[in-house]
Design a protein around this ligand. Structure first.
Ligand code: GDP
Ligand code: MG
Length: 159
């Protein structure tokens, strides 16, 4: 599975959680992961590979953002399932819409995951993510290990 999303939504924290590793570098500033990072995970007897990616601007035309977008598209091409990570606390951004449009056109199995959802009142803040047109929004907290099991149940279901 490939983890994609804009910078700072918690992709690398989720990668570490899914692979139970500290391989990915978690940062308080944006755009640290510029290439692709691979890790292994296991869930209910199924082994899977997770790819962590950098911040994704599908339409980036120059410099480091173009290279990051290229790396992310390669990760997505290699993946059977795309896990699109958004920030449950940050709300929907224009960049989230760009990524959602790209993923919808792609037509690969895609899971919309709202991270940083620990302590949020019954999904009230998650409703707006339905406008991305990718179906159900799955709340998780990568930092606190919440919702990870259902994420994996869902992500591995189509395989
Ligand atoms: P990435 O740029 O998408 O890879 O994001 P990172 O994994 O580097 O995380 C960005 C910031 O969000 C870091 O300060 C993390 O500690 C924080 N973060 C990640 N997951 C969670 C979470 O579940 N809840 C909260 N509150 N913060 C998180
Ligand atoms: Mg990262």
């Amino acid at each position: 599975m490939a983890l994609v999303g804009r910078p700072n939504v918690g992709k690398s924290t989720l990668f570490n959680r899914l692979t139970k590793s500290r391989d990915a570098i978690v940062a308080d500033y944006s755009g640290l992961t510029r290439d692709r990072h691979y890790g292994n995970g296991k869930h209910t007897g199924h082994e899977f590979i997770v790819i962590d990616t950098g911040g994704f601007e599908p339409d980036a035309t120059s410099g480091i953002y173009k290279e990051m977008a290229k790396q992310t598209r390669q990760a997505v091409a290699e993946a059977d399932v795309v896990v699109f990570v958004v920030d449950a606390r940050g709300g929907v951004s224009a960049q989230d819409h760009d990524i959602a449009n790209y993923l919808r056109r792609l037509g690969k199995p895609c899971l919309l995951v709202a991270n940083k959802a620990e302590g949020l009142l019954e999904g009230a803040q998650l409703v707006e993510f339905y406008e991305l047109g990718l179906g159900e929004v799955l709340p998780v907290s990568a930092a606190h290990g919440q919702g990870i099991r259902s994420l994996l149940d869902q992500a591995l279901k189509p395989l």
